[in-house]
Design a protein around this ligand. Structure first.
Ligand code: ADP
Ligand code: MG
Length: 340
């Protein structure tokens, strides 16, 4: 084996004048979660559809599990799972009944379908809800049931197209847990997302896609380093305290702190986030400097995009995807109030 579960080179897909994929490259290592990160309309779903053989490519080539998607689509299909493919989980049936139904759909036979359903309910932490109607499931539970359904035949490569879009933070966390468990079990996961945080939490490697092309390919840390990593931000109550705050912040940063005179803000990049935050908070308090807010700010998807492309994510979002009508911007993940 090549060590790669997915390899794509120069993928092209056109819809009329629109180039949904425009020379897209991707390499996904076996047994990893690989994030495909990009705004709405970037080409994520198109890439997943090509790799899962649902649509044909116009140019380039791709292998999944060592098989050519254009020449061996049936063999590819036998080795992959795709969420959303069976979005038709039945509301009236229970979770268990749904999974047994899918099992029989895949010709497992009654007994094996029942066994497999039981295993998957355990694996996706749905045992307690197994015999409840799916209509009563939370968003996170439904998404986990979708994942379970796509795992009936234990695929070696699983495609998850925005598996947490529309979920609340709790449901999102539940799905993340399930995805982690899958990889422990040996499955390779290609996960598309608009959320840097999600790719950061789950993926060991991330490809950033914009306008049908891979514009960056790196580890989560590497990606964040391209926008300068984490920053500490202090908002002061008094303008007169800015010079003192600059001195304090400078001690925990390798770079010169920047100031924002109108917002009374002092900020600088830090590497050791937690100790920097603790030290700055303590020193400012000791010196009697009044602080309105203090926190760590991680680069957002917007920051990464701004740096990589020179445009904000919402520019690309103007090209609407009917599947994902909700444009989403990553919120700033800052830990506030640590100084209190
Ligand atoms: N069936 C289609 N017909 C016409 N245009 C399409 C079709 N599918 C996707 N597109 C266009 O291709 C681009 C990429 O879409 P898509 O792969 O769905 O992006 P993403 O999943 O990253 O939001 C978008 O501009 C979209 O409008
Ligand atoms: Mg999409």
């Amino acid at each position: 084996m090549s060590g790669y579960a997915v390899r794509a080179e120069g993928l092209e897909k056109r819809y009329g004048e629109k180039r949904a994929l425009d020379g897209f490259d991707l390499a996904v290592r076996e047994g990893t979660v690989h994030g495909l990160l990009g705004p709405n309309g970037a080409g994520k779903t198109t890439a997943v559809r090509i790799l899962s053989t649902l649509i044909r490519l116009d140019g380039g080539q791709a292998q999944v599990a060592g098989l050519d998607v254009a020449r061996q689509p049936r063999e590819v299909r036998a080795r992959i799972g795709l969420t959303g493919q069976y979005a038709a989980v039945d509301e009236v049936l229970t979770g268990r009944q749904n999974l047994e139904m899918f099992g029989r759909l895949f010709h497992l036979g009654g007994r094996r379908a029942r066994l497999r359903a039981g295993e998957l309910l355990e694996q996706f932490d749905l045992v307690d809800a197994a015999d409840k109607g799916v209509g009563k499931y939370s968003g996170g539970m439904r998404r986990r049931l979708d994942l379970a359904a796509s795992m009936i035949l234990t695929p070696s490569v699983l495609f998850l197209d925005e598996p947490t879009t529309g979920l609340d933070p709790r449901g999102r966390g539940e799905v993340w847990e399930s995805v982690r468990a899958l990889v422990t079990g040996g499955t390779t996961v290609l996960l598309t997302t608009q959320y840097l945080e999600e790719a950061d939490k789950l993926a060991s490697h991330i490809t950033v896609i914009d306008q049908g092309r891979a514009i960056a390919d790196d580890t989560p840390d590497g990606l964040k380093n391209t926008v300068g990593g984490d920053r500490i931000e202090v908002v002061l109550a008094e303008r007169a305290d800015i010079p003192r705050a600059v001195k304090v912040v400078a001690k925990v940063s390798d770079a010169e702190p920047e100031t924002d005179e109108t917002e009374l803000k002092v900020h600088a990049p830090v590497t050791d986030r937690v100790s920097a935050l603790t030290e700055v908070a303590r020193t400012l308090q000791d010196e009697g400097v009044q602080v309105e807010d203090i926190g760590l700010r991680r680069p957002s998807l917007d920051d990464v995009f701004m740096r990589l492309t020179g445009h904000r994510t919402d520019v690309a979002q103007n090209t609407e995807d009917p599947q994902n009508p909700k444009a989403s911007k990553d919120s700033k993940d800052s830990k506030k109030g640590a100084a209190a």
